[in-house]
Design a protein. Structure first.
Length: 659
């Protein structure tokens, strides 16, 4: 009895892998190891690449390379570029204005397949996932794969010139070298760097190579346009399904679905080798060969590309509504099906010339969208007064991330976050300013007001993270909670500024806790202050908590003022009235904890308080805009250029105390 050897099992394995990745992205607490699905994709890609190259191994070298690239790029580029285009259109139309600047840089990296070039811990993939500000975070894996495309023909051609018995050995030796690099590298490098991933592609290539002598596993005479689906046009004898494949599948499923996070140095090799072994014996495994899971494999590429921007939109706008997450997931699947059945199937049936023209059109369209602001007049903190409130507020929101870059600072890397040294100083004191994005937001003002007192100003910031507490148990914040102390111990500044927007330092007391002596949050803050103060020669200045604001309504302030809405009513809508503050308990508790620190450290600490500059005594409300409608805040929860000028005198008074 014969059956058609369609490798639906491999499509099913792709379906299994994408389900794991979706589980990790949408429900990381439940599926903390689902990221290993990407490792399985790498193995499958290596298998496919070896298959394509084997098909044309008798061709001249130039022909072999040309055929390989033309077929692979025809498969991946149109949908990839189309997804970037959709994401850019969405970025400018439905996403918050404040992430536009940041994502334009990310889009350019995705377009050039360099999204995997993480330079520090804060660029780490897992850190980026917790923020979801980058709608192109997930393109790192496509960057790794495309970068390997430029290496694999060389690897294959070298192996081809060796005796057949040595080819697999060559792949193994090369894989061991790559794994050694993976093993000794820092986590964010081991995750992102193509040289730390070569061994996973090679596992797929080894599997294909050792499967060739056995006709049961041979995949030949492929329809090249459909090779991604691994459809064999030959017929092979039907054989009983190897029961070991079920045990392997169970093991892979157990690792991916395990509710506790497993160490990647252990599980990544197990999943990689296990996936390769499974491919060898999976044919006939009905669990991965059924039509549903195979179809999920068919749409997996579209689903992988489309799901993250949709998730990011939810995370940035509706994260408080957990119940909506299932609808976000379903929307991702539905959109992937539509795109697969229409656009993806359509372009795969086009000629190579037509696909080439489509790729050029999509690429050019993306470049135009990414660089569109270069055709607009610049807007900085000195030109806003020539604009209407509506125009200025919109531009400040749009350029929020870009305005965090301090022009006086020489960054250790690209900025606006991380460490940088201020230039052009004329004083005698060494100052260090550390915190979250509010440090970057106010870096220019600090330079302008304190520069005449400072021989050096070192600025260090990371988004979201407070200095005195590992914010929301964020992975990056836990790392920087200690690394900030290490840097201060190295620098031993005269004066230290802690400039952070409050988040977790306002967390409520745990049950049955009524005093700061029993409060774990305060005790952690106090311990951090002890470590920082021991390396600070003179004084520490701490920015006190300011009220939170309904940032979704910031862009409506100007129109409300123009329409004659009572300013107090606007304060109420923004959650800034005395009786209508957003999270009033956490705000007040954060201020009490800061006050307790000042008390406990007896003259070593001084609070910087912006509240008097925003509180309107006559109305009893916090006022975040002026009488014309110019906003003091961006929708990214930073001070606008107008807001910075509004509090400039506070920093001037602080800097006068430096002596």
């Amino acid at each position: 009895m014969n059956v058609t050897a369609k490798r639906s099992d491999l499509q099913g394995l792709r379906g299994f892998a994408i389900v794991a990745v979706l589980g990790f992205h949408f429900y990381p607490e439940i599926v903390p190891n689902g990221y290993l699905g990407v490792d399985q994709f790498f193995v499958l890609s290596g298998f496919l690449m070896c298959m394509l190259l084997k098909r044309v191994e008798t061709q001249p070298t130039c022909t072999l390379i040309t055929l390989f690239y033309s077929k692979r790029f025809k498969r991946i580029l149109p949908l990839y570029l189309f997804t970037i285009l959709l994401s850019m259109i969405s970025l400018y139309s439905v996403f918050p204005d404040t992430i536009a600047e940041f994502n334009k840089n990310s889009a350019l990296g995705a377009l050039l397949f360099v999204s995997n070039t993480a330079k520090s811990k804060e660029d780490d993939y897992f850190v980026q996932l917790t923020k979801a500000m980058d709608i192109f975070t997930h393109t790192w894996s496509l960057s790794v794969e495309v970068q390997f495309y430029f290496l694999v023909p060389v690897v294959f051609l070298v192996a081809l010139r060796l005796p057949e018995k040595l080819q697999v050995g060559f792949y193994i030796v090369l894989g061991i070298c790559s794994y050694a690099f993976f093993y000794i590298s820092q986590d964010f490098i081991a995750f992102n760097n193509v040289f730390a991933r070569i061994w996973q592609f090679l596992v797929g290539m080894i599997v294909y190579t050792i499967g060739l002598p056995n006709p049961q596993y041979q995949v030949i005479n492929q329809d090249i346009e459909e090779c991604e689906n691994l459809i064999d046009s030959e017929e092979v004898p039907e054989t009983p399904c190897n029961m070991y494949s079920y045990f392997l599948l169970l093991g892979l499923f157990t690792v991916a679905a395990f509710p506790l996070k497993l160490h990647p140095l252990i599980v990544r090799p197990l999943v990689t080798v296990g996936t390769g072994s499974f491919i060898l014996i999976s044919e006939g495994n009905f669990l991965v060969s059924n039509k549903l899971i195979s179809y999920i494999g068919d749409i997996s590429y579209a689903l992988y590309l489309l799901h993250w921007p949709i998730y990011s939109y939810w995370k940035l706008n509706w994260v408080q509504y957990d119940q909506l997450l299932i609808f976000v997931l379903l929307s991702s699947i539905i959109l992937a099906v539509i795109v697969h059945e229409t656009f993806e199937k359509w372009y795969l049936n086009l000629s190579s010339t037509s696909v080439g023209l489509l790729v050029v059109l999509l690429f050019a369209s993306n470049v135009i969208l990414i660089e569109k602001d270069k055709f607009l007049p610049p807007v900085d903190r000195f030109t806003w007064n020539n604009m209407t409130p509506e125009e200025a507020n919109h531009q400040w929101n749009l350029r929020d991330q870009g305005n965090l870059h301090v022009p006086y600072c020489r960054y250790e890397r690209g900025g606006p976050f991380g460490w940088c040294n201020h230039t052009g100083l004329a004083g005698k004191y060494k100052i260090v300013v550390i915190g979250n994005s509010w440090t970057a937001n106010q870096g220019s003002i600090i330079h302008e007001e304190c520069g005449n007192k400072a021989s050096g100003i070192l600025q260090g910031s990371i988004p979201t993270c407070e200095i005195l507490y590992p914010t929301q148990d964020n992975l990056a914040c836990k790392q920087y909670y200690d690394s900030f102390v290490e840097r201060i111990q190295q620098e031993t500044p005269d004066y230290l500024f802690l400039v952070s927007r409050y988040i977790s330092v306002g967390d409520p007391f745990p049950a049955n806790v009524t005093s700061f002596e029993e409060d774990p949050v305060y005790q952690i803050m106090k311990w951090q202050m002890l470590r920082l103060s021991s390396s600070t020669k003179k004084r520490i200045f701490i920015l006190d908590a300011v009220p939170r604001v309904n940032t979704k309504l910031i862009d409506r302030i100007a129109s409300w003022v123009k329409d004659g809405v009572d300013p107090v009513e606007i304060d109420n809508r923004l959650g800034q009235s005395k009786d209508n503050l957003i999270d009033p308990e956490t705000y007040q508790l954060a201020r009490k904890r800061y006050a307790e620190l000042v008390k406990d450290f007896k003259g070593r600490c001084t609070l910087i308080d912006f509240n008097p500059e925003f509180y309107n005594n006559s109305t009893g409300t916090f006022r975040l805009f002026d009488s014309k409608g110019f906003s003091y805040y961006t929708s990214g929860m930073h001070l606008t250029p107008h807001g910075l000028e509004h509090i400039r005198h506070v920093w001037r008074d602080v800097c006068r105390k430096i002596e």
